[in-house]
Design a protein around this ligand. Structure first.
Ligand SMILES: [Zn+2]
Length: 173
């Protein structure tokens, strides 16, 4: 069994490569593996020194930080405890966004024909078409041909046919 001090540099690199492949790759485990395999007494700092001086020859099996593995665990634990809180916050916002206050209650339609439709009765068509159109017939507001509900509906983002209701009424009449 030869001594570490008598090895040529390439033999030392080869021994470090062999040890690296059989351990976790930290300077300490390489040092221990070199002793276990060959009885070489190489300190952890000496291994780090070879890596520093022979970086090109050892670049395909990089030295692992002695604490690289130890530091990962607390980080994972921390993110696990925080993640459920974040999800709960997102869900709370989603519920707020989805909540829409109800509009003015839709009145019970009287389903009047154009002939039955009286003065100040809502002219909003609720069913049928052309001469068979049935109208809402509820009491209108002061300045509207529609009841409060249909007045709001027509002055909001109504459909194309709802916005052209006057033209429809002229065709029916
Ligand atoms: Zn109406």
């Amino acid at each position: 069994m030869s001594s570490w001090a008598t090895l040529k540099i390439d033999e030392k690199i080869e021994a470090i490569r062999e040890a690296h492949a059989k351990c976790s790759g930290t300077a300490r485990t390489i040092s221990e593996k070199l002793f276990e395999l060959h009885g070489y007494q190489v300190s952890r700092n000496a291994v780090i020194g070879y890596y520093a001086r022979q970086a090109e020859k050892l670049k395909d099996m990089p030295l692992c930080g002695p604490r690289a593995g130890e530091n990962k665990k607390p980080l994972v634990r921390e993110s696990r405890t925080h993640r459920p809180k974040a999800v709960a916050t997102v869900n709370a916002y989603a519920e707020v966004i989805e909540f829409v206050p109800p509009p003015v209650a839709m009145p019970q339609s009287r389903n009047l024909t154009l002939m039955e439709l009286g003065h100040r009765e809502c002219r909003y068509p609720v069913d049928g078409e052309k001469e068979r159109t049935l109208f809402c017939g509820n009491a209108t507001g002061d300045d509207s041909p529609y009841c409060t509900y249909h007045h709001k509906l027509c002055h909001g983002h109504g459909t194309h046919s709802e916005r052209n209701i006057d033209a429809l009424l002229r065709r029916v009449a």
